[in-house]
Design a binder for this molecule. Structure first.
Ligand code: FCB
Length: 473
């Protein structure tokens, strides 16, 4: 069992979750800095002020990545570290930091994959209306231009925006993430439109100005319904449900991906919310739909469906005692089969798994090691399904485990540990977990050390909720 030659093996992080150094390089505040200072917003009152002190320790962190054998590292750039006020003046010291990080990675033989926006929106721009301001798309493009001018002689892999569903949904609709707003749907419609325009302008800016040939994608959350049985009718019903918009919220795929990749808004949006789109939205679709080289998918868990009345997918009964992560997220490894397959069929773009991983209850054992067999098992199962998708003809270019380091998990503070590398937040000591060593072997052997799905079917079948049919090789 092995992955295609050239398959990219990586791990990811994001700026606010690991960098710390919030006053270094003339960095301006982001909405997350402000949100963390609002009492009651973040568990234990945690903040990203120090996080993993990555700005102070990035060289050691790159050395760890090298030791692990990572081929690629996905990180994000903090917009307010590059432009303290979000627009206008550029911080030379901020750009110089990312220069050094990129050079360090390249020196270690690791390919940088740069995300331009992973939620740390400049507070100064928020005060000017944030994503509701029609200028927000050009502010983002201006920032993108500064980064591209500086890094694109060495960086060619770009992700414009991470998980628009989450920072719009949690940040602007339900309010548990920064900036903590509860806006009504008409305003959410305008925000989504501005974010889509921001993506388009940034993608165009990269394409037109990059000094080395760019590879451009974005990284929405993949919200996947998987068929419980490997049955054509059930598969089709699951696909339809995966791309349907059933509720008036942002937790769907097509509101975001159809404009970006197909150049159209889904009919469900136009007929229910279309009246809230700003004038000229049809013309904007030309900006929004830029040529893209890959579709990033952040996939952690999926829902399982079965055939209901009228050949429509209905949620499968949840198993009692189902497998869950420390966060309480369901473990549904087949999401790495159906997700790539459904999205590749619909959008015809190479898929990259830009995030996948789990929060686990990790601690340092008496022997000094961090044993995390659950992370190894979770990842092995997901990779088996991913390989099966590749075997079935889905073009998948790479896999980025979330995350390289334990880090600041947004509203959860430091409670949820997602890292391959353990971080002692009191001392900043790093300890590669057993999963990091295992992942090194996956990378070294290009997946040959993973048991083939068919042969491992016994163990796959024992995971509650997985049906034998799903284990079909
Ligand atoms: C995703 C985010 C990432 C991290 C993981 C666990 O939604 O993109 O920053 O929080 O979840």
């Amino acid at each position: 069992m092995s992955f295609p030659t050239g398959f990219v093996w990586g791990a990811g992080t994001s700026a606010y979750q690991i960098e710390g150094g919030i006053d270094k390089h003339g960095r301006g505040p982001s909405v997350w800095d402000a949100f963390c200072r609002t009492p009651g917003r973040i568990k234990h009152g945690d903040t990203g002020d120090t996080a993993c002190d990555h700005v102070g320790r990035f060289r050691a962190d790159v050395a760890l990545m090298k030791e692990m054998g990572l081929g690629a590292y996905r990180f994000s750039i903090a917009w307010p570290r590059v432009m303290p006020d979000g627009a206008g003046a550029v911080s030379e010291a901020g750009l110089a930091f990312y220069d050094r990080l990129v050079d360090e990675l390249l020196g270690a033989g690791i390919t940088p994959h740069v995300t331009l926006f992973h939620w740390d929106y400049p507070l100064a721009l928020y005060r000017r209306g944030g994503w509701l301001n029609p200028s927000s798309a050009s502010w983002f493009a201006e920032y993108a231009r500064a980064v591209v001018d500086r890094l694109s002689d060495r960086v060619c892999h770009w992700i414009t925006i991470n998980e628009p569903q989450v920072f719009i949904g949690h940040g602007h609709f339900t309010g548990e993430h920064a900036p903590g707003l509860h806006l009504p749907m008409p305003e959410i419609v305008r925000i989504v439109h501005n974010v889509l325009r921001a993506h388009g302008l940034a993608a165009r800016c990269i394409r037109e100005n990059a000094q080395t040939k760019p590879v451009i994608g974005w990284a929405p959350v993949g919200i996947v319904s998987s068929p419980l049985r490997f049955d054509p009718g059930e598969i089709e019903a699951a696909r339809v449900k995966t791309f349907a918009i059933e509720r008036q919220d942002v937790w769907n795929n097509t509101w975001f991906n159809d404009p970006v990749l197909l150049g159209t808004y889904p009919q469900e949006i136009l007929s229910t919310l279309g009246q809230h789109l700003p004038d000229g939205w049809e013309r904007d679709l030309e900006i929004i739909q830029q040529p893209m080289d890959f579709l990033g998918l952040n996939l952690y868990q999926g829902s399982r469906v079965t055939l209901g009345d009228g050949a429509v997918a209905t949620p499968a009964r949840q198993e009692v005692g189902r497998a869950r992560t420390a966060f309480g997220w369901n473990i549904t490894p087949e999401v790495l089969y159906w997700g790539p397959r459904f999205f590749f069929d619909r959008y015809k773009l190479p898929i990259v798994i830009t995030e996948n991983g789990l929060a686990n209850l990790d601690w340092v054992g008496l022997d000094g090691r961090v044993q995390d067999p659950q992370r190894i098992d979770y990842t092995a199962r997901h990779l088996q399904h991913l390989l099966r998708a590749i075997r079935d003809g889905v073009n998948v270019g790479g896999y980025f485990h979330w995350s390289l380091l334990d880090n600041f998990e947004w509203a959860e503070g430091y409670d949820q540990r997602f890292g391959l590398v353990y971080v002692d937040f009191a001392t900043q000591q790093r300890i590669p977990k057993e999963s990091a060593k295992w992942y090194s072997e996956v990378i070294r052997t290009n997946g040959r050390n993973l048991a083939p799905l068919g042969e491992a079917a016994g163990s796959v079948r024992t995971l509650l909720g997985e049906r034998p049919e799903e284990a079909r090789p």
